[in-house]
Design a protein around this ligand. Structure first.
Ligand code: KIV
Ligand code: ZN
Length: 521
């Protein structure tokens, strides 16, 4: 192996899945495994075969998927024969099967959890790693809680595991306790003190309890570790594991400093991240490094102005390098008139079409009320600044919905147009929202296709306020509508009416809008 290559060992399907709200089906794991292969990870830890028949099947299905080529497929096993045997059997069909076996080595683990002496643990390591080696050519051994293990004992543990046949030695900071310099020093000491260390690759597996998982992993790499264990979006036990996207992008972007490479195709990062959040039902915080929805979004007027002049003023990597189309400028009350002018030009409205100062004043007033202003709002504002008319055409006067088990969802609505009452309309649908939109469509007569429907509780408790955001397209353009209510169907109706009124304005002013701001990246 080249000295400057870092093996990326992905444990999203094992350590990550352990922390998911529900365990994954074989099919779901297989979909993620295929995407991890496209991402270019070197080893997929697919599960813990002895833990359940379902996990055994997942590991063996993934092993069969990569039976000719692709990443190595690894399973986890405690240091006991039945685990190791099941694991070896599950990974066997893969072209590159690996058994990963582990035991706690810190005094806290050996004395309190295992109730074994240090020598007894060493004997287990020797015998079990030998067994694993007889069943599988590639064996990884982990000294669980290595970060809190006495360094003299850890050196003996590592030497024993290598002598017994482990070709990868993993040093986990299981509880995320170790500081980066300490962790780097553990790795250096292993290189300096373990006589047979050159016969194995040193791996690290860092947890994020103090937010130091990425820093610890990178520091270990600087001290000679050549395998890094991580998960997509940093999911995993408790506060999670080192995030694959952070470690990989740091190594890529700061190649000048770390002087190593991975085989990851970073343009697949975003797609992988989204798949993992959706399948595992684990959303990502907006400010999450690399993959959060704000990671390439600029909000402050000063930053937006800087990025418009030169991207590298506030962007250290391109959005394209992680698989995003572009960065995003959030139009909020902090935005300056420069971005408003640029955005309107992107939407097809040259500055000669409107009075920038008048549009900007209206923009500020709306942004103060609403928070984020979307492209369709901006076009409406511009039209309103020109025509001085921002009033809604349609108002929802009455809404009655009936739905439930064994009933046909039905909605009745009454809408007024420019203050004049319109006859009510009713419609049935597959659900309450469907019935409501059909009833509204009957009155206003627009052809609207809903693309995306989001519902969020914006306050706490059963009586929380709901905010509904609908993204939709129509012949007049694409639109985002928002509605807030304690009743989710009413909030949906308000969001839908928001879109209806935006279309009404477009029709009135005879313009089309081309695009709409993407809410999340
Ligand atoms: O955190 C840990 O120590 C682990 C081991 C099983 C590698 O997940
Ligand atoms: Zn772990």
């Amino acid at each position: 192996m080249k000295k400057d290559k870092v093996i990326v060992f992905d444990t999203t399907l094992r350590d990550g899945e352990q922390a998911a709200p529900a365990s994954l089906s074989v099919d779901q794991k297989l979909r993620i495994a295929r995407q991890l292969a496209r991402l270019g990870v070197d080893v997929i830890e697919a599960g813990f075969p002895i833990s359940s028949p379902g996990d055994f099947e997942s590991v063996s299905t993934i092993a069969k998927e990569f039976k000719k080529e692709g990443p190595g497929v690894c399973g986890l096993a405690r240091l006991v024969p039945k685990d190791i045997e099941a694991c070896a059997k599950a990974v066997k069909p893969a072209a590159w099967p690996r058994v990963h076996t582990f035991i706690g080595t810190s005094a806290i683990h050996t004395e309190k959890k295992l109730r074994k002496s240090e020598d007894e643990v060493l004997a287990f390591i020797r015998d079990s790693v030998k067994l694993a080696r007889r069943l599988c050519a590639d064996v990884e051994f982990s000294a669980e809680d290595a970060g809190r293990t006495d360094i003299d004992y850890l050196c003996r543990v590592v030497e024993t595991a290598i002598k017994a046949g482990a070709s990868t030695i993993n040093i986990p900071d299981t509880v995320g306790y170790t500081a980066p310099e300490q962790f780097g020093s553990i790795i250096s000491q292993l290189f300096n003190r373990v006589p047979n260390i050159d016969k194995a690759i040193i791996s690290v597996h860092c947890h994020n309890d103090l937010g130091m998982a990425t820093a610890n992993s990178l520091t270990a790499i600087s001290h000679g570790a050549r395998q890094v264990e991580c998960t997509v979006n940093g999911i995993g036990e408790r506060a999670g594991n080192a995030a694959l996207e952070e470690v990989v992008m740091a190594l890529k972007l700061r190649g000048d400093f770390f002087k190593v490479q991975t085989g990851v195709n970073t343009r697949e990062i975003m797609h992988t991240s989204k798949m993992v959040r959706e399948i595992l039902n684990m959303p990502v915080q907006p400010n999450k490094a690399i993959v959060g929805s704000n990671a390439f979004a600029h909000s402050s007027g000063i930053h937006q102005d800087g990025v418009l002049k030169a991207k590298n003023t506030y962007e250290i990597m391109t959005p394209q390098s992680v698989g995003l189309k572009d960065n995003r400028m959030n139009l909020t009350s902090r935005s300056g008139s420069h971005i408003i002018k640029t955005r309107l030009a992107d939407l097809g409205y040259p500055a000669t079409d409107y009075d920038l100062q008048a549009v900007y004043a209206k923009f500020k007033a709306l942004a103060d009320k609403k928070g984020t202003v979307y492209d369709d709002d901006l076009v409406t504002l511009m039209e309103a600044a020109n025509h001085d008319d921002m009033k809604d055409t349609f108002t929802l006067e009455y809404l009655n919905v009936s739905s439930g088990t064994g009933t046909v969802p039905t909605a009745t609505v009454r809408i007024s147009e420019d203050g004049n009452k319109i006859t009510p309309a009713s419609a049935c649908g597959y659900g309450a929202v469907h019935a409501m939109t059909k009833a509204i469509d009957k009155i206003v007569g627009y052809r609207i296709k809903i693309g995306d429907f989001h519902i969020d509780a914006i306050t706490e408790g059963q009586d929380a306020l709901a905010r509904v955001t609908i993204r939709a397209s129509a012949a007049e353009g694409s639109f985002v509508g928002n509605g807030v209510s304690m009743d989710i169907v009413e909030a949906s109706a308000f969001a839908y009416m928001d879109i209806i009124n935006k279309i009404a304005r477009m029709k009135k002013f005879g313009r089309k809008i081309k695009t709409v701001t993407i809410i999340d990246s």
